[in-house]
Design a protein around this ligand. Structure first.
Ligand SMILES: Nc1ncnc2c1ncn2[C@@H]1O[C@H](COP(=O)(O)OP(=O)(O)OP(=O)(O)O)[C@@H](O)[C@H]1O
Length: 491
């Protein structure tokens, strides 16, 4: 990055900036003023649909051919902006095999000499705590490890302005601290940072200013250097992940005798490659309870959920018993799916239809006889299925999105689509992998309500999350994975 410290000229300036996507009538952004000087960091927060991701792309200069812009966007001569997008499934290029290759790729595409690319990649990986994973195949990484790999690649380009859309997604507290340190060093060297998203967290809290967006328009801005307090965050629909948990707000009953055990697990050990990731996990999921699954990036949360769903093989000796004592240890995944609804970390892995409605219709079997139903029964079963789909779309906040392609939805809605599919099979247990990613305050409330209504109806939920506030609010119990040794305790 060129030396910037001597100058107070802005690195990036948006003035009266507006943008309208092609084929739409309402502008996604209007009248946005934003200036980033060397050393500064600004957060732009808004509820889902407020235009924060569009603003991130505009700042990074990536909107060009997608629509029509008005006003001014100026990036200082000889400088460039780099951006990490909000879709965890689209952050890796798919062109490389290992972490080192992926981190070095952006430089190679720029035409930098290979040794320099590798040197920069090494430094980026070191800084973000990934040096030990340099040789790892990308398809073996956990969600947080993937996100940090993408960020290391971006850092090798040495941009002057870093634009990060919801960068804390999927990161544990330690990784967030490392990232905050690395952004501080980046700013001290004269760079500027723009963070966008729907949540206030440890990273947005390090910014000099917070600009709130509402329906594409600036709604408020905090005074420089002041931290936003509770009121504007609530007013603008932002989920405050740093707030102390408000357990009483959820109307959770006090300690009650545990309900029927719906999933009983003992001696569950799983290896990934040659690495032992889970070692003798024991847990009981009971009717009416939410168990929050916590642990650092790479501690094995997705591995545990995947092994319970029958998607990853457990070491011999594991005992897994489902509702009513049904033996699941040797059952294949499609058999377990009748009892255990698995919603994995990457919703894209579980979506295959071209519309949300088609995806959900496909999830429901058409009566016990399937295609062999008589015509009249089939008509009745289809109408019933339509009704079920309609209802679940409402519960999951997908009303009005039935004709959308799942990949046109934002990541949180894509996850809702997979949650809805799982609910349609009426499982006794829901296994949710990081369902809070990318949600604003209303999205978090909807998720809490959905989880609670599932347990109130007698189900059990095991949910992996890095959001400690939400874990404390929703979890009746907590199971913490760490150092490959699980420890469980009550919330
Ligand atoms: N084939 C493999 N070989 C070696 N290690 C692997 C393999 N597959 C996964 N791992 C490692 O297993 C560990 C557990 O991964 P998992 O995805 O379960 O973690 P997680 O707790 O869900 O993490 P995150 O919070 O980042 O999503 C990670 O360190 C991951 O890199």
């Amino acid at each position: 990055m060129p030396d910037l410290t001597s100058s107070r000229l802005p690195l990036l300036r948006l003035a009266e900036f507006g943008f309208r996507y092609r084929g739409t009538e309402t502008p996604a952004l209007e009248g946005v003023d934003l200036t980033l000087h060397p050393g500064e960091a600004v957060a732009v927060l808004g509820p889902q649909g407020a235009g924060t991701s569009t603003l991130a792309r505009a700042a990074a200069g990536l909107l060009g051919e997608h629509g029509h812009s008005t006003g001014v966007r100026e990036l200082r001569d000889d400088h460039h902006a780099g951006m990490l997008g909000d879709d965890p499934e689209a952050q890796l290029t798919g062109l490389t095999r290992t972490v080192r290759e992926e981190a070095a790729l952006p430089g190679r595409l720029l035409g930098l000499p290979l040794p320099e690319c590798l040197e920069r990649a090494e430094a980026g990986l070191q800084e973000l705590g990934l040096a030990g994973l340099a040789e790892r195949a990308l398809d073996t990484l956990s969600g947080g490890e993937r996100q940090l790999t993408a960020l290391s690649g971006l850092l090798t380009l040495r941009p002057s302005v870093l634009v990060l859309d919801q960068p804390s997604q999927a990161l544990d507290a330690g990784a967030r601290r490392r990232l905050a340190r690395s952004l501080r060093a980046f700013r001290d060297a004269g760079g500027a940072v723009l963070l966008t998203g729907h949540q206030h967290d440890d990273l947005t809290a390090t910014c000099d200013q917070v600009l709130f967006l509402d329906q594409g328009r600036p709604a408020a801005i905090t005074p420089e250097g002041a931290r936003p307090d509770q009121r504007p965050l609530d007013q603008h629909g932002i989920w405050d992940a740093r707030r102390a948990p408000a357990v009483q707000d959820l109307g959770r009953p006090g300690p009650v005798p545990r309900g029927e055990v719906l999933l009983h697990v003992r001696d569950l050990s799983v290896r990934r490659g040659s690495t032992p990731v889970l070692d003798g996990v024991a847990l009981d999921l009971c009717a009416g309870e939410v168990t929050a699954l916590l642990g650092a990036n790479g501690s094995g949360k997705s591995t545990l959920l995947g092994a319970l769903a029958g998607l990853l093989a457990a070491e011999p000796g594991a005992r897994i018993t489902g509702p009513g004592g049904v033996e699941l240890g040797a059952a294949p995944a499609h058999h377990r799916a009748r009892h255990l609804g698995w919603v994995g970390q990457d919703p894209g892995d579980q979506l295959s239809a071209s519309t949300v409605r088609a995806e959900l219709v496909r999830a429901v079997p058409l009566g016990p006889g399937g295609r062999r139903l008589r015509r009249a029964d089939r008509v009745r079963a289809s109408a019933q299925r339509e009704h079920q789909v309609e209802q679940v779309m409402q519960t999951a906040g997908l009303s009005g999105l039935g004709q959308e392609h799942p990949y046109d939805l934002v990541p949180a809605q894509r996850k809702d689509c997979v949650i809805a599919s799982a609910l349609l099979l009426r499982p006794a247990v829901l296994l949710l992998d990081e369902p809070t990613l990318g949600r604003d305050a209303a999205g978090m409330r909807r998720l809490s309500a959905l989880v609670r209504s599932f347990t109130t109806a007698g189900g059990a939920v095991l949910v992996a999350t890095h959001d400690r506030r939400w874990a404390a609010e929703i979890g009746d119990r907590q199971l913490r994975l760490g150092e490959h040794r699980p420890s469980s305790g009550h919330a």
